[in-house]
Design a protein. Structure first.
Length: 71
């Protein structure tokens, strides 16, 4: 039953919800992926880059929440 209790991440004396940290890390990974695509000149094949970045953010956030920072 204790596995269902929500957990928080503590930075000093500031408590942060795990979802906030996961989404921030997911956005950073998505931004890095989009920059990598731009450097490889593959971004020209993407019609809506903002939508692709949002999708990357969602995918990375879900993967991080399952495997890296489980709540």
């Amino acid at each position: 039953m204790s596995s269902f209790i929500p957990k928080e991440l503590a930075l000093g004396e500031v408590y942060l919800p795990p979802l906030l940290m996961v989404v921030c890390l997911g956005y950073l990974l998505a931004r890095f992926s989009m920059l990598t695509l731009a450097r490889l000149n593959l971004q020209r094949y993407i019609v809506l880059p903002a939508l692709v970045e949002l999708c990357f953010t969602t995918i990375f956030s879900v993967l991080l929440s399952f495997f890296v920072i489980p709540s």
